[in-house]
Design a protein around this ligand. Sequence first.
Ligand code: AMP
Ligand code: MN
Ligand code: ZN
Length: 612
Amino acid sequence: MDSSKSKDSTNSGLQETNSDINDEEKNDLCPGFKDADAFVKYGLGAVLSATKASAGLPQTGDEYDFYRSFPGFQEFCESQGDKLLHCMSQIMQHHGCRSRMRDRNKLTGLEERFDLVVDSNDVILERVGILLDEADGVNRNQQPVMPAEFQPPKIVVSSWNRMGSSSGSRSETFRLLQAKNIARPQMKFKEKVDNSNTPFIPKIFIKPNAVKPLPSCKLLLTLMFFPSVRPEDLDVPAALADFIHQQRTQEHVEDMFAHPYQYELDHLTIQESVLSKPEPQMYKPLTETKCSFIDTLDDLVALNEKLCKLSEFAVDLEHHSYRSFLGLTCLIQISSREEDFIIDAIELRSELYILNEAFTDPAIVKVFHGADSDIEWLQRDFGLYVVNLFDTHQASRALNLARHSLDQLLKHFCNVNSEKRYQLADWRIRPLPDEMVQYARMDTHYLLYIYDCVRVQLLDFNHGQPGLLQSVWNKSKDISLKKYTKPIFTEESYLELQRKQKRSFNTQQLTAFRLLFAWRDKLARQEDESTGFTLPTHMMNKISEELPKEPQGIIACCNPVPPLVRQQVNELHLLVQQAREMPLLKVIKELHSSIYIQTYLCCPPNYMFECS
Ligand code: AMP
Ligand code: MN
Ligand code: ZN
């Protein structure tokens, strides 16, 4: 579906559909197929079997290296790999995407190939989005592109005025797919999101199960809210000023950013009981298990009390990242051996810290699958920490299972086929459709049984010795020690992205890229949107490459035009103009260049330019 090139033919195709069409004309649209549906069905089948086949391949780091030692396998892989690359490159060319490798180096080339695929996916999916919108009538009345200086934008796209936006007539199924009509949950947050370009400070003020107490709470607050205040400027008695001054040693500043449960985790000993062989306790059938949706403080308090009495429970999170700068946790799923709970983490965002009582209790095992992101999200959104974590993903790795996804463990141990249909769904939707509740619940319902099974296997694998199981506990502990860090913008951030892309920009293009990058970061923080929503990277590249002379040119680089780009096209145009004023030099990265100009772009010294 190439919207720019095939728009005419698509339209005429539609007209034909409206008038009387015969089967031959239908066949023109999808040659060899009865109709579009038949074609789609066939296509999906092919995609599905390809995905299955690729999932079945041995994984790098596991069996792959072993298989590769056979020349036959190696040759086959290489020829198939070339075939696939050729095929992908043809698809990209067909869609008018960049498909050429700039870098033929085998090692770094892989990274570039990956970027190419990501870029092309973006472009193709966006076109699909536009065409779906068109079919749905969304764009029917879209205004022709006009220089924005002649007309103030009619729709003010600002994160704070979105409540109750036109969700009216949309059906439930449509909302499942489309994120754009969902009211921004950020509006309901009691504590405003802190997108400032400053390091993350742990959000914890009460520390249950503490062995080492938090650094003095008052001091923490003073430092947090008045970091530039000198104690002598405070209207406090001299002795207190002295005290504050003393306390504000580097050590205390470090304390403030430290992992609040570092000490407890460093001193955590694994209980004997979890190192011995368990008798796996079968999960209860889903249909016989109570599932509660928790969205009130009372229910949350009751849940916390229940959890505190258990010896283990399973946890998983669902997250949203497109319409928020830092991302937001939408759901927390918890399962005990008896019950499932789905917590509305948007509604209870500022109350969830109370779960620290159970989450940091060293006597209660918390079972997660692939907890790396979960641990960071819990800290970032709720100030929640986990002491005594068991990560079944780490167990799967230690057991050298063929694949380590939860689907695979569910299939292997529970003979349950889970569909990852909603993995990328918009979890902000409320009320949460029942299908999504059921889906979310599957992620924790079976996990305690899997925890039992993998412990048995880890011990059997090691002839009853606890070493391997112990290593999984240790790896899990390392994950719970992870600290959330906020994305920090520096004058050089754009270079990191630019380097990854390996595009050769001249000085003007690189300047545009730098300015657009800074604009995007600033606006995304301010509007609390992701950088991908604000201005996708491939559009930023296109604008930088083309350096349009007119605001319309900027609009033309973007398809579809991101709302914030449309709104600020004049600012963007000024930035591009500023970039065009740079002396035109070709940027090269090798050090054998003739001319070395560092000052223009404030580049680090390994960036070199030559006259073009
Ligand atoms: P899970 O642990 O599989 O339930 O995933 C938790 C969250 O991670 C989901 O709600 C998504 O926001 C995100 N996520 C999971 N898988 C992917 C993926 N393949 N690509 C992007 N985001 C993902
Ligand atoms: Mn998860
Ligand atoms: Zn999940």
